[in-house]
Write a protein that binds this ligand. Structure first.
Ligand SMILES: Nc1ncnc2c1ncn2[C@@H]1O[C@H](COP(=O)(O)OP(=O)(O)OP(=O)(O)O)[C@@H](O)[C@H]1O
Ligand SMILES: [Mg+2]
Length: 318
């Protein structure tokens, strides 16, 4: 429409000038003739230009209204998402509260049974299975809680090396059962990091759980700390599993993205791991070309601008 109106306006102008020039044989036109030409063709031009302007304003207004409507829809979506997350948060908090105590007592009882039944290998194995599954449930509950309702956490100087050893020990039995070798190389001399130990434990737990899941029939996990000397500390978790294919790799940090069956994975592990790393001022990188996967977490030994007196800075992302 705009093009048509512009073309019409130009045609009228050109036609007017053409008539003026032809009627005066290129030279002999008078002021009155020019004036008459402008009066007759100028009116048509003015009408066309007004139509052009009106059309332009109408079109811009429609575009503006469409943009506003789109922004409103996006805002509504975000509000609905925030409300959904708040609801999930409340449910998760309730469920976690209800489950944590019985899970703790299940684990304790199973550990006692495992110690008591030394002579009965089968019973010992069964009680280990209970501990393993209860432990897995605890991890899932913690992930859900952290995703839906991030807690305000205290940060303090902690030994990453100690946290790693504590977390690895949770997988001892599972790894032995599956025939997974653990290669641990952690430097305890300079592993103090200003962090929240429970969150770092959950981060490492999620990486180890994936490494174990990737090697159901045995393999190897290497976990090591690297101190590059630039004030950061790196934690690397490498497995010898099948690796991550090119179509899966771009999505692994997205919440609820999983290639595992419903009972094996919620798709929250890496989303939480990434958030924990970032909330410590760090990053998490992945390398997986062909066989095996390697995740590296880089944490600043101290955040660039530490919050006063260890004040919490675990942001609310919900
Ligand atoms: N070490 C690994 N080897 C192969 N694939 C991996 C590895 N780590 C992650 N993945 C892939 O990334 C996906 C997302 O991982 P993430 O830990 O976020 O969720 P999940 O393990 O499926 O479920 P959840 O951790 O909540 O139990 C996995 O489903 C898997 O496809
Ligand atoms: Mg996982």
């Amino acid at each position: 429409m705009l093009v048509v109106l512009t073309a019409l306006t130009l045609s009228v102008l050109v036609w007017g000038v053409f008539q003026l020039v032809v009627s005066n044989y290129f030279l002999e036109f008078t002021i009155q003739e020019v004036h008459a030409m402008f009066v007759s063709h100028g009116l048509v031009c003015a009408v066309l230009l007004s139509a052009w302007a009106a059309f332009f304003i109408l079109r811009s207004r429609k575009k503006f209204e469409a943009e506003i409507a789109e922004k409103e829809a996006q805002f509504d979506d975000r509000m609905a998402q925030a409300e959904k997350m708040a609801a999930i948060g409340q449910i998760a908090a309730g469920v976690a509260h209800q489950l944590n105590t019985p899970l703790g007592s299940i684990m304790l009882t199973a550990e006692m049974i495992a110690e008591e039944v030394n002579g009965n290998a089968e019973l010992k194995e069964e009680s280990r299975k209970i501990i393993r599954n209860a432990n897995y449930c605890k991890g899932v509950v913690r992930n859900l809680l952290l995703y839906a309702k991030p807690q305000k956490q205290e940060f303090k100087e902690e030994s990453v090396c100690f946290i790693i050893r504590r977390t690895v020990s949770l997988f001892d039995h599972e790894m032995k059962k599956r025939g997974i070798r653990m290669n641990m190389s952690v430097d305890c001399k300079e592993c103090a990091v200003f962090c929240n130990g429970n969150l770092i434990e959950q981060l490492i737990f999620n990486l180890l759980q994936n490494a174990v899941d990737a090697q159901p029939n045995g393999g190897e996990i290497s976990i090591r700390t690297i101190i590059p000397g630039d004030g950061s500390l790196k934690i690397s978790v490498r497995d010898a599993g099948p690796g991550i294919s090119g179509d899966v790799l771009p999505h692994i940090f997205e919440p609820f993205y999983t290639t595992k069956s419903v009972e094996k994975g919620t798709g929250l592990g890496l989303a939480i791991a990434k958030r924990i790393a970032e909330d410590h001022g760090g990053v998490i990188d992945v390398e997986s070309a062909g066989k095996g996967s390697s995740f590296t977490v880089t944490l600043p030994a101290r955040p660039a601008s530490p919050t006063p007196a260890g004040a919490p800075h675990f942001h609310d992302h919900a």
